[in-house]
Design a binder for this molecule. Structure first.
Ligand code: FPP
Length: 235
């Protein structure tokens, strides 16, 4: 990529369009998720090469449980299989963080998630956030409860509550807010993703379906981000 291009610190990606990709090929929806998981791995590597500080992938939302059981089970076994076999977190220097309410998970999948987080927690490379059973409203309620508990315990005073303290009680604590949110597949919605963190983020929407998404598409999104004139409310 051009040397004058500013590389964002943190990109949030809504991996959308897996179902439509499969439908176009007369394949089961879970084949779209499988291809989507491969693209996730390649784009993660590319974000590493580009030198991002953080990248957040929206893999499964609190609302996605409403999908047919076959699809939910398919995504969960794909995730499990993927975390065991294909996910090369051991070779990379990424710190892996699962954003979301883990209480919905149990058994092998939960063990894998906790194990990966523990093994990678002191790494200094890119932070790879995987949002699983994630919903931004849920995250905000969770942070509010933590803070209320601290007040109740007498650890902090109500006047100590400020934006920084609030941010530090979110799943993304300590990370820069996303510079931009990228949503492929032509949809233009935020779908309960990082609502607190996107206060000043740019939005880049692309027509490509996630399983067809390439490194070149990410280059284009970063170029589009560079064309935006970010003023953070100033002049
Ligand atoms: C949205 O497409 C995609 C999902 C709800 C699941 C995404 C999950 C993966 C790509 C697997 C992730 C794996 C790892 C290891 C992180 P959609 O089904 O809503 O597509 P549609 O809008 O075309 O129906």
């Amino acid at each position: 990529m051009d040397n004058n291009i500013v590389i964002p610190k943190h990109i949030g990606i809504i991996m959308d369009g897996n179902g439509r990709w499969a439908k176009k090929r007369l394949l089961p929806r879970n084949m779209g998720h499988k291809k989507g998981a491969e693209v996730f791995q390649d784009i993660t590597r590319y974000c590493n090469e580009l030198g991002l500080e953080s990248v957040t992938f929206y893999a499964f939302s609190t609302e996605n449980w409403k999908r047919p059981a076959e699809e939910v089970n398919g995504i969960m076994s794909l995730l499990k299989e993927y975390l065991i076999k294909a996910f090369d977190y051991e070779k990379e220097n990424n710190r892996v963080v699962f954003l979301g309410d883990k209480s919905a998970f149990s058994g092998e999948l939960l063990e894998l998630m906790l194990d990966i987080e523990e093994k990678t927690k002191d790494r200094t490379g890119m932070t790879l956030n995987i949002a699983l059973n994630y919903g931004a409203r849920n995250e905000i309620v969770h942070a509010t409860k933590n803070i209320a508990q601290m007040v109740k315990n007498g650890e902090i005073d109500i006047d100590d509550i400020n934006e920084e303290l609030f941010s530090n009680n979110l799943y993304t604590k300590g990370q820069p807010d996303p510079d931009f949110i990228l949503r492929p597949s032509g949809e233009k919605r935020i779908s309960n993703f990082l609502l607190w963190q996107i206060a000043y983020s740019e939005f880049v929407y692309m027509d490509v379906l996630w399983p067809d998404f390439t490194r070149k598409d990410l280059d284009e999104a970063i170029m589009e981000f560079n064309r935006r004139n970010r003023r953070f409310g100033g002049v």
